[in-house]
Design a protein around this ligand. Structure first.
Ligand SMILES: Nc1nc2c(c(=O)[nH]1)N[C@H]1C(S)=C(S)[C@@H](COP(=O)(O)OP(=O)(O)OC[C@H]3O[C@@H](n4cnc5c(N)ncnc54)[C@H](O)[C@@H]3O)O[C@H]1N2
Ligand code: MOO
Length: 439
């Protein structure tokens, strides 16, 4: 039995309106709720690529919302609508440096004082014919009719007079920003789930927020197995450079998870079970050990933990030995094949949807472009690194399951359903390229 807090789904404050409905998305087949899904008898057979994706999405436990300081909120998503805590502006204020004047039936006012923007405690009344020198942003004195910018005025002893065009065109309330002209306290400024950009954080601060409630992200632990793996130096016989570990920080961050650690685990059942026992994360990724070789201990470890198989094989190429299991406390274990491109396919098929589901975000549909020569397999979904040229997906060479050369230059993976015809085009699965965001 793994350690970790058993979490009841009903205990989770999921953001308003974020209930997941994968079937609402045309690209995803109906996925059973994970409890119903427990009954589905596909433990020993491959599920389709679409099913695997949908099962991972619906099996993930929703993460509770968290409250964070504004400084930590960049890139997070609002767990509830952003409402203004104060009106903007919070008081009538000067929009120009100059003079606030009382009465517009004259062109000369007596200067009776000066107001700076930080003058909080000056409570002033202007009488007709009076003016106060005022800074942009300062609270307007009572009785002010308009603000005259310095450029349109001239000072004469202790008076100010208008000059130039302003002389003829004095408008009531000119150059005054009215209290609440942008928004009132309680107004909704941004809807739930909005991604907090730099501008959104500025807005939140202006509206009076110090902290924000944002949608939670699942914690992810990665276990990289394979005694042949080395983490530095040249590969050689019996020594293979780990090519999956270095991808995981970027992949998990792009997918919206929080990677707690990437641990290299020796090929032993006890070592693997020990790692699972120490894990408290919502999602554990295991790379390698997915097959049936003498040192592939993942299946035995999962059995020992009492984990329930949700997906044990996916009818896709590459990446068919990927798997998804659920621990008794609801946490997920995703098994990625050892071959690096197959591992990436497993990540995109199972881990990205699980993270989206845990965050309460929809599973994005796959945009479709023209097929620039990608072939399909009769019974398996093919995932093919492609570049998009002139609106068509063109397959890259070196797309074998152990190869990263093409995917490192690819725009996307084309998802070719079994026996898909070229005329149907190519649905594209996003990769974490420089100009791409997962959600
Ligand atoms: N009898 C069968 N054998 C295999 C099957 C099968 O269905 N029946 N499937 C093959 C496929 S497809 C794959 S993929 C692999 C998956 O095997 P494992 O997940 O157990 O992975 P390993 O055996 O440890 O490694 C396979 C291959 O990948 C290299 N590798 C592993 N991890 C990494 C890494 N982090 N970075 C770079 N390369 C890695 C490893 O050295 C092996 O060359 O099983 C097939 N066999
Ligand atoms: O997962 Mo394997 O081919 O599909 O490398």
């Amino acid at each position: 039995m793994t350690k970790g807090v058993r979490r009841d789904r009903t205990d989770h404050t999921h953001p308003v309106g974020t209930h997941r409905s994968p079937s609402a998305d045309a690209s995803v087949p109906d996925a059973p709720h994970h409890r119903e899904h427990r009954k589905t008898p596909h433990q020993s057979s491959a599920v389709t690529w679409d099913q695997a994706r949908a099962y991972a999405y619906s099996a993930a436990l929703p993460c509770p919302a968290v409250r964070v300081a504004l400084a930590d909120a960049l890139g997070e998503r609002l767990a509830r609508p952003l409402t203004a805590l104060s009106a903007m502006p919070a008081f009538d204020t000067a929009a120009m440096d100059g003079f606030a004047v009382c009465g517009l039936d004259t062109q000369r006012w007596t200067i009776v004082g000066r107001l700076r923007a930080d003058a909080a405690d000056q409570d002033m009344d202007l009488a007709p014919g009076q003016a106060v020198e005022i800074a942009t942003g300062a609270a307007l004195p009572r009785g002010a009719s308009a603000v005259l910018p310095y450029e349109h005025t001239q000072r004469e002893a202790n008076s100010v007079i208008t000059v130039g065009a302003t002389r003829r065109a004095l408008e009531p309330r000119q150059h005054i920003r009215h209290r609440g002209e942008e928004y009132e306290a309680g107004d909704v400024l941004l809807p739930v789930r909005t991604e907090l950009t730099a501008m959104a954080l500025g807005l939140a601060a202006a509206a009076g927020h110090d902290t924000l409630e944002v949608m939670g992200r699942p914690c992810v632990r990665a276990l990289v197995t394979g005694d042949e793996l080395i983490t530095s130096g040249l590969p050689g016989r019996g020594r293979v450079r780990d090519a999956t570990g270095p991808q995981l920080p970027g992949l998990v961050a792009w997918a919206g998870g929080r990677l707690t650690s990437v641990r290299h685990v020796s090929d032993s059942l006890d070592a693997l079970v020990g790692e699972f026992d120490r894990a408290t994360e919502e999602l554990v990724i295991v790379s390698g050990s997915s097959s049936v070789g003498p040192v592939d201990h993942l299946q035995a470890a999962l059995r020992r933990l009492g984990a329930e198989p949700l997906v044990t094989s996916v009818a896709c190429r590459p990446g068919h030995p990927q798997s998804l299991h659920q621990l008794p406390d609801g946490r997920l274990i995703a098994g990625l094949p050892g071959n690096p491109l197959a591992a990436l396919v497993g990540f995109l098929t199972l881990v990205v949807p699980a993270i989206q589901g845990a965050r309460g975000l929809p599973l994005p549909p796959l945009p479709r472009v023209g097929n620039g020569g990608i072939t399909s397999h009769p019974t398996m979904t093919r995932l093919v690194p492609v570049q998009v040229r002139d609106g068509r997906a063109v397959p890259l060479p070196h797309g074998g399951s152990a190869m990263l050369r093409s995917v490192a230059q690819a725009d996307a993976l084309a998802v070719m359903k079994p026996a898909a015809r070229p005329a149907e085009g190519a649905p594209l699965l996003a990769l974490p390229t420089a100009h791409n965001s997962s959600s």
